[in-house]
Design a binder for this molecule. Structure first.
Ligand code: NDP
Length: 343
């Protein structure tokens, strides 16, 4: 089969459309013919080899949709021709964490397509995954839409619903609200009858956030975000959805409600941030971490894709060979919603 492969870390030029061996199903695996695969920031981190040196040669991609073409001898949960998406959490499935439904705490946990390999990710014509990671494709989605939300939906479900304890009426400040995680966070906040306050860097991105259900719109390039947030909700937001990291964590802690929650899942602008501890202890705020989600988190969220209350947001569909261009768009902050690639 053909796949986008890199054999060394570097810029987008290291990505090559190459012939690689066809994946074969082990006893507990499924092989899927990929119809569409979505890009995530992890693909950029992996290609740079920073902060994690991913296994080489590498195929990245943690979100795929397609048809099952082969299953292993022990597999009963899926069969050939099933239309599916992939839950990107690889784990042992038998340890205490996995059986408690907290697979992200498994000592063998790996994000599929990022930490797995060599040659084990979504950007190819076929993929092999453990059958337990296969989830039925929502019938009301195209292949492109179906591939676009697995990773962001389970991440946001855990970050906002489980770790953030999102409740009706909460004010939720969402950084990068037009990006992958942000566009999903706006929709999940709305789903819970909370008040999403969207922050983005252009008016075009903010118009997109409004379409998704954002109630308040703030442009970080022209407005002072903490000041504007105080005008909307003088006590401060109940939850801050944090992922830009170094550039925003100070404002996140400064602006959150006394006793509120800053829930962090990323560090796009840098991880070596300085924080003013007084904002945490004096205001009794909590800074909590969140990463990925369980298969059950994905399935819970998926119901709302099926009932139309969460909309997959695909802004661009490109041939898989143009992955490098897509990753450059992401690095330049030009992506709204998700970019999807098709083989
Ligand atoms: P996107 O590129 O789709 O969106 C990121 C958004 O962040 C951009 O739209 C941009 O919005 C905003 N942003 C970038 N730099 C800054 C800055 N300096 N200040 C404020 N906002 C900024 O990426 P994703 O949403 O897919 O991922 C975001 C981050 O979350 C990445 O670092 C990723 O690795 C991480 N992540 C972590 C996961 C986990 O499980 N822990 C899972 C998924 C992602 P704008 O310029 O419009 O303000």
């Amino acid at each position: 089969m053909k796949a986008m492969v890199f054999e060394q870390y570097g810029g987008p030029e290291v990505l090559q459309w190459e012939e690689v061996p066809d994946p074969k199903a082990g006893p507990n695996d499924a092989v899927i013919r990929v119809r569409a695969a979505a890009m995530n920031y992890n693909d950029v981190w992996g290609r740079r080899g920073d902060p994690v040196q991913v296994p080489l040669p590498h195929i990245s991609g943690s979100d795929a949709a397609g048809e099952v073409v082969e299953v292993g001898s022990e597999v009963r949960s899926v069969k050939a021709r099933d239309e599916v998406i992939v839950h990107p959490g690889n784990s042992c499935r038998v340890c205490e964490a996995c059986t408690r439904g907290e697979e992200f705490f498994c000592r063998q946990y790996k994000i599929w397509g990022y930490q797995t390999g060599p040659l084990d990710g979504a950007f190819g014509e076929y993929v092999r995954v453990p059958a337990v990671q296969v989830v039925p494709k929502p019938k009301n989605t195209t292949w492109e839409q179906a591939s676009s939300f697995g990773l962001i939906l389970e991440t946001v479900w855990r970050q906002l619903v489980k770790r953030g304890r999102l409740t009706a009426g909460d004010y939720v400040l969402i950084w990068g609200a037009a990006g992958g995680l942000g566009s999903m966070a706006v929709q999940v906040a709305r789903l819970f009858n909370a008040h999403p306050i969207a922050v983005a860097s252009s008016d075009a991105k903010l118009a997109f956030c409004k379409e998704l259900g954002a109630e308040f719109l703030l442009n970080r390039t022209t407005q002072n975000i903490p000041q504007e947030v105080r005008k909307i909700v003088p006590a401060g937001p109940d939850i801050v959805f944090e992922h830009p990291g170094k550039a925003t964590i100070g404002d996140s802690l400064r602006v959150v409600k006394w006793g509120g929650l800053v829930v962090s899942s990323g560090a796009t602008s840098g991880y070596d941030a300085e924080i003013d501890l007084r904002h945490i202890f004096f205001r009794q705020a909590s800074l909590v971490g969140s990463t990925m989600g369980s298969r059950a988190d994905l399935v819970e969220g998926l119901r709302h894709v099926e009932n139309g209350r969460i909309r997959p947001v695909v802004s661009e569909v490109l041939p898989m060979q143009e992955l490098g261009r897509a990753e450059t768009m992401m690095e330049n902050d030009e992506v709204m919603g998700k970019v999807v690639l098709t083989p």
